[in-house]
Write a protein that binds this ligand. Sequence first.
Ligand SMILES: *Cc1c(COP(=O)(O)O)cnc(C)c1O
Length: 394
Amino acid sequence: MNTQQLIDAEKKYLAQTYARPPFVLTRGEGVYVYDADGKKYLDCAAGIAVNALGYSDPQLVQAIQDAASGLLHTSNLFYTESQVALARALVEKSFADKVFFANTGTEAMEGAMKFARKYHVERGDAQRKNFVAFRGSFHGRTMGALAITDSEKYQAPFRPLMPGATFAEFNNLDSARAAITAETAAVIVEPVQGEGGVYPASDDFLRDLRALCDERGALLIFDEIQCGLGRTGKLWAHEWSGVTPDIMTLAKPLAGGLPIGAFLMTDKVASAIHVGEHGTTFGGGPFITSVALSVFNRISDPNFLAHVNAMGNYLMERLVEINSPHIKEVRGRGLMIGVEMDIDAAKIRDIGYTQGLLLIQAREKVVRLVPPLVLQKTHVDELIEKLSRVLAEV
Ligand SMILES: *Cc1c(COP(=O)(O)O)cnc(C)c1O
């Protein structure tokens, strides 16, 4: 099939939920992907902040091959070694005491909300069933996660969603204070908002939110599905503020491009849930956890994180030097950067394709840069050069 035939077949056979550009990706190497015509793209999307180690990473390929020749699936009815090993590694390098494995981000959010409700039920405080999220949030597409996602467009056709979700203003403690009631089970926040436009929560806001939750008896959930696991230059995005949550959700890069979700929690939360009260067929299977352990060991290495910091700082430095009337603001942390434009970011993205640059948007006017964490200085220079050319063209 040539490119046009494949595009036609996609339109014929797939539900049309995605608007895709007119080329077909066939392979990747490092921070580059190639289309069917052999055209090379510098990848600043990384499969939406997933491919932290880039493409065709030899160690990752080896880990997948090793895992593939072992147990693939056993269900959670049985013990397997790699599930325990990954949970232990996550616990030893975080605030958490226990882990639950799921398959995707949205599913990790659902589990986190169920555990939060159960925590209050167990304490005889069963009226605490509501959730407070924030303007600009994105937490997933299932009926619960969608209810705490601040998007009229995503929500409207699918109501009724999970009841009891309200939104406060992001980075605004007074607004959060007004939203939290005696019926709030948990407050849910992304330490750096991704889909909402790449907005970091201020350190003060997270600290004050932690204190407010403690004072009011609500749990605090951090969604680090996009900003966690090294993306901001620290292993966990919340480390910048020194504040820890009661529950934290993870997914995107954890298995280097294969699907996995997880949520981490303190013993206080974990002790409220008992055998049979939550479960999954595939979550935390031996294949995926064995691959994820190999990825996690690399990402959590201090040298790796130092590299992300150095590249993030360098990229930020070079971005603010770009002289374009279309750039209104550059913000973010580490290798999670938003470039706010005065025009639709889709225009920038589309011209980017012609220049051999893969970019994604966050909301209408923000170009979101979330490249593989392994990119080097020369790649940053190439990105700046290409982006400057794109900006000169619009
Ligand atoms: C992507 C994302 C999710 C949802 O993850 P899926 O794996 O797509 O279900 C939830 N929260 C944040 C912050 C995300 O970026």
